[in-house]
Design a protein around this ligand. Structure first.
Ligand SMILES: CC(C)(COP(=O)(O)OP(=O)(O)OC[C@H]1O[C@@H](n2cnc3c(N)ncnc32)[C@H](O)[C@@H]1O)[C@@H](O)C(=O)NCCC(=O)NCCS
Ligand SMILES: Nc1ncnc2c1ncn2[C@@H]1O[C@H](COP(=O)(O)OP(=O)(O)OP(=O)(O)O)[C@@H](O)[C@H]1O
Length: 199
């Protein structure tokens, strides 16, 4: 039986940073954000539903979805966010499970599901262990503003769209404190993986 690890945290808390470390260790990571991009490519079912519900004004000239525009809508309107989630999430969940099955068939002993909304979307039943990447609120805000060139208001709207990170940390099997350096984060990750007999 493979060990399925759920990797989660808050927006810009450092999940992708930890996911990269896991990949470097040879552990497969299934990335929900990446899949959420694939299922809304031109012509896909979810793409057609998004255009139907949100209108052609959320498309760019080349007909791909304007993610900045759609983000500005859904992170300022909970009902619209729920609508988008209801279109995108079932397709993401299905694709994640398919990819997981492929890794299980290949005989992988440990598989990581990187799911930002693991708790919010009640997907904890999919995983055996939960690893939360935590940062303090002010560092999360700074890193998010810097990475995405967001104003404080834009960054705060996105943070508010998720369960508070402290609550996620309280529900985790293990927590990585990502307030420090990348090296400190790597060290914590290695310790947790050893405890879980992954390494
Ligand atoms: C709104 C969209 C178009 C904005 O795209 P953008 O390229 O700016 O952001 P990206 O997709 O890289 O997401 C960045 C982060 O935002 C957070 N986030 C994304 N969607 C949501 C959401 N619906 N609710 C809360 N947080 C979210 C996550 O922490 C994610 O890691 C996009 O995030 C989207 O389609 N979201 C709906 C699907 C979804 O829930 N994806 C996240 C996990 S499956
Ligand atoms: N320990 C660290 N020290 C300094 N910067 C960091 C550290 N960890 C991550 N960062 C930076 O903070 C930003 C957010 O990290 P990352 O992209 O890994 O977060 P994420 O949780 O995957 O975000 P999202 O939810 O948006 O996908 C990135 O610009 C990253 O380079």
């Amino acid at each position: 039986m493979a060990l399925i690890i759920g990797l989660t945290g808050g927006i810009a808390s450092g999940k992708s940073t930890v996911a990269r470390m896991l990949l470097e260790l040879g552990i497969p990571v299934i990335d929900a954000d990446q899949i959420a991009r694939e299922v809304v490519e031109i012509g896909e079912d979810a793409y057609l539903q998004i255009v139907e519900k949100f209108g052609e004004e959320i498309l760019q000239a080349d007909k791909t979805i304007d993610r900045a525009k759609l983000g500005a809508i859904v992170f300022n309107d909970e009902e619209k966010r729920k609508l988008l989630n209801s279109i995108v999430h079932p397709a993401v969940r299905q694709k994640m499970l398919e990819q997981k099955e492929q890794y299980v068939k290949k005989g992988e002993k440990n598989i990581v599901l990187d799911i930002p909304l693991l708790f919010e979307s009640n997907l904890t039943y999919l995983v055996d262990k939960i690893l939360v990447v935590y940062v303090d609120g002010h560092i999360q805000l700074e890193r998010l503003m810097e990475r995405n060139c967001f104003s404080k208001e834009e960054a705060e709207a996105r943070i508010k769209a998720q369960l508070p990170l402290k609550e996620k940390a309280a529900k985790a099997d293990a927590v990585i404190d990502n307030n420090g350096t990348i090296e400190q984060t790597k060290e914590q990750l290695l310790n947790i993986l050893k405890q879980w007999d992954v390494l």
